[in-house]
Design a protein around this ligand. Structure first.
Ligand code: MTE
Ligand code: HPA
Ligand code: MOS
Length: 778
């Protein structure tokens, strides 16, 4: 352990690991937390609305916007021709997403023009008055349609391969082929997308954007307006949820607001309503997985060949890294001796799909769990036994190599699963359920215990860096800024805890300030669950620098050795003297000590060669397990969540209160994905589930009736992460796989567990009923 880390862990019992409330919790519930739409509106503010295509794929033959322009209150109508720079808002430099479509449209709802008006109402009404002539082109909206039409990929796919899978498939005792369909998901953040732009002098523009990635918004605005990044400041204090939906999708609104603001020299706000937000922003990718698996009589998997085809939408966006992450997690927690996994991010004429909590990992992992089910039902065993038989081994064992050739070094899955199995009384309850199902005519129950292992780091190595800026003022209060954004996950609170801990001051002394490109530059998206790992460490680095200067000051001023300077709660001990922290800081100021520092961190160890499919893409893994029990009505397909028990690994928790919130929230969101949330496009390529009336997210009443969540308190990150904690944002989402598997067992009971139910996701009541009917017919 290096000296800097030692300094950190010395204070391990300080504020860093306390279950403090989210700094804004009281403001969230009382309505006083300021979101962008709550910022007092600048004088002369104008409002924007989108003019959207009503074709899935067509050439634009002509556009008559005269009625739009003539509508009372309309100030201007923007088209692609008004873009002074490049008419492109694609993330990652793919150059395939026009801000406003000019010659052709590629999805129903694609923005073609933008209306800027004195009121939001006028802008929205005027936007409907355009007369656009199209020349329709052939289109397809889903994976099957894409495959039938020989659709291109929106970005290149990936292959992971180890051993001799094809040869081994032919040799094995048992072999099964199948297909699984895995649905997409709408983010349904409570705050829809929004951007407010205020023009400044010269080229300057300031943008408030509901984005997880302020640096990319800055970059995109520069690209669209053809101005340098230094002219653009992007601010975000908080989002009302992002869930990945604001990693890239905010670009278009920010760019439009900035474009209009600079053109008109007035402040401009874009705030799509829920239906528009759902129509013009990307979602979780739905997948079709085709698998061919071989295994032995003990249920050990020998070989797997699987293809993951995904609905990419019309442009690349993040489909490449998302489908990559699906492959990285298709092993779930299991060792595959011989394996070949391929991905196909397919082009479809739908909105471009994007990041969503787990980032393809959930889809890959669910595929891996389907394979376990196939093996279990084929052999007539409890799926949990098959899971255990296939877990990665301990270091030194031969069973530690992933399909991407990274060695799993920190494996604790067997312990997590065993502890949960005991604490939730799995064996006895499963026995009782099998007994219950034998005699219950209509209601059937199911129980399943599933593992989670999630790789932490951006697979794009360069994104694993962060910066922070810390000031100490003369009164001993702190100003903290870093590159991460707050979307409800508690990042700001955790990083403030790190600073409070370093100086042993009360956390209230640390002011968390809005993320802004002007203070910390070149940041990564707050994503991949890495916000605390990266920004917590960067803030720690800044704190360390200031602390070193303060210690040097005390050593000189009081003529004591460095180890006689100690930061105690709200005071500093120098030799036998104890000085209140604010007094100490004031003295340092008068001695002209620099009380501000910029910190930086980059994740060590990781590297990834995508073309070769080899490397160490993940710094470490987060683990967890969940056991869910459900009841289904075999006559209607309706079901209830009776109970869920979770044991989850967050290393040494930085804030157990926030972490448990993340685990419960992630689980319920995952449950929604796998049960009631279903996206549906009609024959015209129009998304018909574009409002809560047709798209069903889980309600409070849908949560498991008994819901026990525990942290694996004994766990510490084997790597020197901040406070030895682990990332928590995404991994718990996949605990919900236990719900689908429990539903699957309940369905299987109608055919005496002899047939794998092959329940696809989402397992809506309709789909559960159809599976029951299918199994009854035999
Ligand atoms: N929790 C809340 N309340 N709101 C969110 O938008 N996003 C999730 C997760 N938890 C999200 C959330 C996603 S997709 C990610 S990647 C992480 O939080 C991002 O934050 P972190 O890296 O600070 O954990
Ligand atoms: N996770 C989330 N967002 C990302 C990633 C990732 O692995 N890579 C690029 N953006
Ligand atoms: Mo999270 S999907 O990585 O924003």
């Amino acid at each position: 352990m290096d000296k800097a880390s030692y300094e950190l862990y010395k204070y391990i019992n300080g504020p860093m690991h306390q279950p403090l409330r989210h700094d804004s919790a009281h403001k969230h519930v009382s309505g006083s937390a300021e979101y962008i739409d709550d910022i007092p509106e600048p004088a002369g503010l104008l409002h924007g609305a989108l003019g959207m295509a009503d074709r899935a794929h067509a050439e634009i033959v002509s556009m008559d916007l005269s009625a739009v322009k003539a509508y009372p209150g309309v100030v201007c109508v923007l088209t692609g021709k008004d873009v002074p720079g490049v008419n492109d808002v694609s993330s990652g430099g793919h150059h395939d997403e026009p801000l406003l479509a000019e010659t052709k449209v590629e999805f129903h709802g694609q923005p073609i023009f933008a209306v800027i008006a004195e009121t939001r109402d006028a802008a929205r009404r005027a936007a409907r008055l355009a007369k656009i002539e199209y020349n329709d082109l052939p289109f397809w909206t889903d994976v099957d349609g894409a495959l039938e039409n020989g659709a291109p990929l929106v970005t290149s796919g990936m292959t992971l391969k180890r051993g001799e899978p094809e040869e081994e498939l032919a040799r094995a005792e048992h072999r099964i082929q199948g297909t699984m369909r895995i649905g997409g998901q709408e983010h349904f953040y409570l705050e829809s997308h929004i951007a407010l732009a205020i023009p400044g002098e010269d080229e300057d523009v300031t943008v408030w954007s509901s984005t997880q990635h302020p640096s990319e918004v800055q970059h995109i605005v520069g690209h669209v307006l053809d101005i340098p990044s230094h002219a653009i400041t992007v601010n975000v204090r908080r989002m009302g949820g992002g869930f990945g939906g604001k990693e890239t999708q905010g670009n278009q609104f920010a760019a439009l607001a900035a474009l209009a603001a600079k053109k008109l020299n007035r402040a401009v706000k874009f705030r799509p309503d829920r239906d528009e937000d759902m129509t013009v922003t990307g979602k979780r990718h739905d997948f079709r997985m085709d698998y061919d698996v071989a295994f032995d009589n003990e249920g050990r998997l020998h070989a797997l060949v699987a293809n993951f085809a995904a609905r990419g939408g019309y442009s690349a966006d993040l489909s490449g890294p998302v489908t990559d992450r699906a492959l990285f997690h298709a092993d779930s927690s299991y060792f595959y001796p011989h394996v070949k996994l391929t991905s196909q991010p397919l082009k479809t004429h739908t909105v471009s799909n994007t990041a969503y909590r787990g980032f393809g990992g959930p889809q890959g992992m669910l595929g891996g769990e389907r394979i376990i089910e196939e093996i279990a039902y084929a052999l007539g065993k409890d799926p949990l036994d098959i899971r255990k038989a296939n877990f990665y081994g301990q270091p030194g064992s031969e069973r530690v190599l992933t399909p991407y050739h990274q060695t799993v070094e920190d494996n604790i899955i067997a312990r997590v699963v065993e502890e949960l199995e005991t604490s939730c009384d799995y064996q006895a309850r499963r026995k009782a359920i099998v007994e219950f199902n034998r005699t219950s005519p209509v209601i059937r129950k199911g129980i399943a215990l599933t593992p989670v292992k999630f790789g932490i780091s951006f697979t794009m190595t360069a994104f694993n860096q962060a910066g922070a800026l810390v000031h100490v003022y003369q009164d001993g209060s702190f100003h903290l800024n870093h590159g991460g954004t707050e979307m409800g996950q508690g990042l700001y609170t955790k990083v403030a805890q790190v600073i409070a801990d370093c100086f042993q001051v009360d956390v209230e002394r640390v002011k968390i300030t809005a993320t802004t490109t002007g203070k910390v530059p070149n940041t990564s998206a707050t994503a991949a669950s890495s916000g605390t790992d990266l920004n917590g460490m960067a803030a720690y680095d800044a704190a360390r620098q200031i602390k070193e200067r303060l210690v040097a000051f005390a050593v000189e001023k009081f003529a004591v050795p460095p180890d006689e300077v100690e930061f105690l709660p709200n005071r500093v001990r120098v030799g036998s003297k104890e000085i209140p922290f604010p007094d100490f800081v004031k003295q340092a100021y008068f001695a002209r000590v620099q009380l501000s520092a910029a910190g930086f961190y980059k994740t060590p160890k990781i590297h990834w060669d995508r073309a070769a499919g080899r490397g160490t893409p993940f710094y470490y893994f987060a683990y967890g397990a969940a056991c869910s029990e459900v009841s289904i009505d075999t006559l209607t397909g309706e079901y209830l969540m009776d109970r869920t028990d979770i044991l989850h690994d967050v290393g040494k928790s930085l804030n157990p209160a926030i972490d448990i919130g993340q685990i419960e929230g992630g689980f319920v969101q995952g449950m929604g994905w796998l049960t009631t949330e279903e996206l549906w496009w009609d024959g015209k390529g129009r998304l018909r589930t574009h409002a809560p009336s047709t798209y069903k997210i889980p309600l409070a009443s849908d949560r498991p009736k008994i819901f026990n969540t525990r942290l694996a308190e004994w766990s510490e990150n084997a790597e020197p992460t901040i406070g030895r904690s682990k990332a928590v944002g995404e991994p718990p989402f996949m605990l919900a796989i236990s719900v689908l598997e429990a539903l699957s067992m309940a369905v299987a009971s109608v055919a005496d567990y002899k047939v794998c139910p092959r329940l696809d996701a989402p397992a809506t009541p309709e789909r559960v009923l159809m599976a029951v009917e299918r199994l009854k017919r035999g």
